[in-house]
Design a protein around this ligand. Sequence first.
Ligand code: ADP
Ligand code: MG
Length: 262
Amino acid sequence: MSEARRYQQLRSHFSYLKLDNAAEALPRILDQARAENLSMTAALERLLEIEVNATEERRLAGRLRFACLPDPWTLADFDFAAQPGVDEKLIRDLATLRFLDDASNVLFVGPPGVGKTMLATALARGTAEAGNRVYFTTAADLAARCHKAAVEGRWATCMRFFAGPKLLVIDELGYLPLPGDGASALFQVINQRYLKSSTILTTNVGIADWATAFGDATVAAAMLDRLLHRATVVGIDGPSYRLRSHQSTSDKLRKAVNAHVS
Ligand code: ADP
Ligand code: MG
């Protein structure tokens, strides 16, 4: 076989195996191998590393598309100094993702604007970057989706969907009243993930008030029982980040008025 034919054959092997990035890099790596006098092992390693990196990037992009995260936040975007109500050490410990290993849950509890969604999103992103399947939803969307599935006879498929991800984020529990069968759908999702995979939940409803928020004390108790059995509860009781600029504007205004009066 001539060298030219062998080269064509090699290219067609790459394309048959769909190693497109390696195929594209092939001429460059062969040139480098000649110029730098690389060993065969070194050249092959360099070539396949290109394909591996591209595959990793593609898979991560796919996982992030699937995850439906509301924003591209990472923990680096969270300003701990601006939120004294958050225990930074605890959040950094959660960011090691140890909680995924024993299927522990994380509950972010606090008033609006304190960064619950942001922290949940950052942990979810870290989980996806570590190679896991993640899905982000709100409690209201989850309830609506389960309700639709039940009506259309796809309940089992819907339950399988929510059982699948290594990490499920359920945002904003308690902001909106859940529709009729919403609490029971939520309970079933939590129950089937219990001890198998982690769930992060954010809520503005203090745990003591769950029974009233759900309308059904029995379901609330059963759900809390599953959720809290292995869980980290992160209470955030600080100032609203959203209202920060309003706060400083109104503070300035007040000072100006007071100065004028006195
Ligand atoms: P919550 O879910 O508790 O209502 P969010 O996570 O949605 O609050 O935060 C509200 C807004 O304030 C978002 O735009 C978020 O990025 C921002 N924010 C909140 N806390 C912080 C913080 N500590 N550092 C930086 N941005 C923050
Ligand atoms: Mg939120």
